[in-house]
Ligand binder design. Structure first.
Ligand code: PLP
Ligand code: ZN
Length: 367
């Protein structure tokens, strides 16, 4: 079912187990019609991301997801602090593998199962690899995860526990992706990439649907961390679907947060560029967003601009202090996630603005 279309040259491609980018090097998107949202069917599904199954590009009768779900989604939306009643945190570390990546991984691996693949490869700064490893185990599909040799030991242990083979590479995040992509092409297996595979975004878009249900509408602004843009794009696509279906009147502004030491998208936004030029990662504690050359930079910049949002960059000292401030309020997050709160503190909000900050990863993932 369905086809891919290249985001650069417009060429269409069949969806096969081995395709992951266009011959021209461009990233692939799904060709699909804007879903017609019928909220009355949501309650027919379990309380998880699968409430929104009808908006996802699967055959309507497909039940593959039922044996793959780990109960991901429907994370709590909580007022952060009673002194700021319009600021909410979405507690996405309450997920099966303790990060929001489960939203995307559950949907992507459901597609892999439908394509009857026997092995997947992924590369990750840690959490996407953990999520893919867990759902691959659930699907009985072999899985290799390519990681930096500097990845948090807790994340490596999580991946190992799910039975994935770990390939630790000494090099930059881009070197690790290149090693995984070479293996994908050599072994002719499925690339379970959260960056390249558009099914991942069909999962992360449920972030928007859940907020819509929990708030009874859209917030004014979404603070979102951005490395490769899986949550930025997912949130954008989800709210866009709600907007096109006239369920919300205005798109929430996307306020995207990067670490100043690795901020290619912030630079591109400031320069008015259409694409981000690769930067050199100067080193950041926010390992989960340290992406020097994001493959979907064009789409991320378009999404943020379309919502009249902006970009914010965070200094290293701000990250650790934001982490302790969050734990003082009861929320223990991984170091990368503290950047989201630091971004919120820097954002010039108006008093009545309704804002959602995602708590993307759990504190015990960091040392
Ligand atoms: C993956 C991840 C991010 C960033 O997501 P991108 O898709 O790279 O933009 C932020 N925080 C945490 C905890 C993550 O796991
Ligand atoms: Zn192309």
């Amino acid at each position: 079912m369905g086809q891919y279309v290249c985001n650069s040259c417009g060429k269409t491609h069949e969806i096969t187990p081995t395709i992951w980018k266009c011959d021209c090097g461009g990233v692939l998107d799904l060709i699909k019609e804007m879903p017609v949202i019928d909220a009355s069917v949501w309650s027919h599904y379990p309380n998880s991301i699968w409430r929104y199954f009808d908006t996802m590009p699967f055959v309507k009768e497909s039940k593959t997801w039922e044996s793959i779900t780990l109960g991901e989604g429907q994370s709590p939306l909580i007022v952060l602090d009673s002194t700021e009643p319009n600021t909410y945190v979405k507690v996405d570390y309450m997920m099966p593998t303790l990060s929001f990546k489960d939203r995307g991984a559950a949907v992507l691996m459901t597609k892999a199962k439908e394509l009857a693949v026997s092995k997947v490869i992924a590369d990750s700064s840690g959490n996407a690899g953990t999520a893919i490893a867990a759902y691959a185990a659930r699907c009985n599909i072999a899985c290799d995860i390519y990681l930096s040799d500097e990845t948090s030991p807790k994340k490596v242990a999580q991946i190992k526990a799910h039975g994935a083979t770990i390939k630790q590479i000494h090099g930059t995040r881009e070197d690790i992706a290149a090693a995984a992509q070479k293996a994908v092409d050599d072994e002719k297996v499925f690339y379970a990439s959260h960056v390249y595979n558009p099914y991942f975004y069909e999962g992360t878009k449920t972030y928007a649907y859940e907020i819509y249900e929990q708030l009874g509408g859209a917030p004014d602004a979404l603070i979102i961390p951005v490395g490769n843009g899986t949550l930025v794009l997912g949130a954008y696509y989800g709210f866009k679907e709600l907007y096109e279906n006239k369920l919300i009147e205005v798109m929430p502004k996307i306020i995207a947060v990067q670490a100043a030491n690795c901020a290619p998208l912030v630079r591109a936004y400031e320069n008015g560029d259409e694409l981000a030029k690769p930067v050199t990662n100067q080193g950041t504690l926010a390992e989960g967003i340290a992406i020097a050359a994001p493959a979907r930079s064009k789409q991320i910049l378009e999404a943020v601009r379309d919502t009249k949002g902006t970009f914010i960059d965070i200094q290293e000292v701000e990250i650790l202090s934001a982490r302790s401030k969050l734990s003082e309020k009861g929320f223990y997050v991984e170091v990368t996630t503290a950047a989201n709160y630091a971004g919120y503190l820097k954002y010039n909000k108006s008093p009545q603005e309704k804002i959602v900050i995602p708590l993307c990863g759990a504190g015990i993932k960091s040392s």
